[in-house]
Design a protein around this ligand. Sequence first.
Ligand code: BJ8
Length: 424
Amino acid sequence: MVDYREMWSGLGLDLQRHDELLGGLSAMYSEMFLSQRSRPGAMDYFDFVVSEIHGLRVKELVDHRAAGGKVVGLYCVFVPEDLVLAAGAVPVGLCAGAQFAVPDAEEVLPRNSCPLVKSSFGFKVSRTCPYVQASDLVVGETTCDGKKKMYELLGELHPVHVMEVPQKKTALGRALFLDELKAFVVRLEEETGRGVTADGLAKATGVIEGKRRALKRLHALRKARPVPISGLDSLLITQIAFYDDNVRFTEKVNALCDELDARVAAGEGVAPVKASRILVSGSPMAVPNWKLHHLLERSGAVVVGEESCTGTRYFDELTPSNDGTVDGQLAAIADRQLDVHCACFTPNSERLDDIVGLARDWSADGVVHYALQFCHTFANEAVKVERRLASEGIPLLRIETDYSDEDVGPLQTRAEAFLEMIRR
Ligand code: BJ8
């Protein structure tokens, strides 16, 4: 086994606390993932990635920097990964899905902040995330007030660039976003010393679209009955998409999909044909936030899709055609990104259509709406989701939770009651 302690130390990690973090993660992973039955063989690669979560991939980033390259950390799907790639830097999603660093954040931020905001900040102040430490720049956005103000504080500890994301999908909003993309390109070029060219951008978009197509293929396979892969494994793969090497990841997802094609043809699945099929919708679930999927699937249901930024909102949109110039491509990227139906927009009725469409097309028996605690955008939008699903006759369970284990018992009871209700 490779010893990465010297690398971690060089990145400025608090080694003792980092050991505690990895120890907890490994136990949780074994319990939740490795105990699943009938897993596809091609999940081996993704198990390996998790076993090396702070090892091999971080070493690749460190090596890239040693060779003069840059690493750019991202938090939100509105920040286009292809722009980062086109400028010669490596984009990495910064996960922020762990309870571990929340108490560190609460020494500075109000306790009644969203766990995603606290986890993002906590990982920096606790010096336990090698991805933040290995990033030359982290990019925030103005999607919600909690994040926006947290980035000001984060900027005191780490180089931060904040992109403004409009709140309305109007012509004015689009123009503002396009300006922000152009400013981001300038910032990236300053960082890397490399210009973004039309060819470079087209190539980078091709790489990102390859990844999106592979994830769409995987998602489409979950329409099958029985489902050939668990929701937990599917969620994990989308989470890994944010930080793995894009080309290698795409190959591995396509290899997994080949195996799943054969499973579907043979009628093999991970759950009985009659298992309740659930669509999860709402706030993103960053690594290692597996709580909801785990409790739903251990209650006998199977999660068939995520209307989420760790789901369809991440990979559904492909780039519309463009004139091949940098400006034309930026305009097409702006259109693609503004088709992400995040609750930070008002109005955001397209998201309601998305949820109904996914529930119908993936034959979901019910929807679980997931809002992170103190996430006002998704919690308030849940009211509209509830009304719309009621009018469509689609059962809904609304939950609000954080990253801790404290409410697992009551959540499990509510999930079981919901599953019992939809089985009748
Ligand atoms: S595009 S969902 S990744 S903003 S941090 S809004 S949970 S209170 S994450 Fe998001 Fe981009 Fe939208 Fe997707 Fe709520 Fe927390 Fe804010 Fe959050």
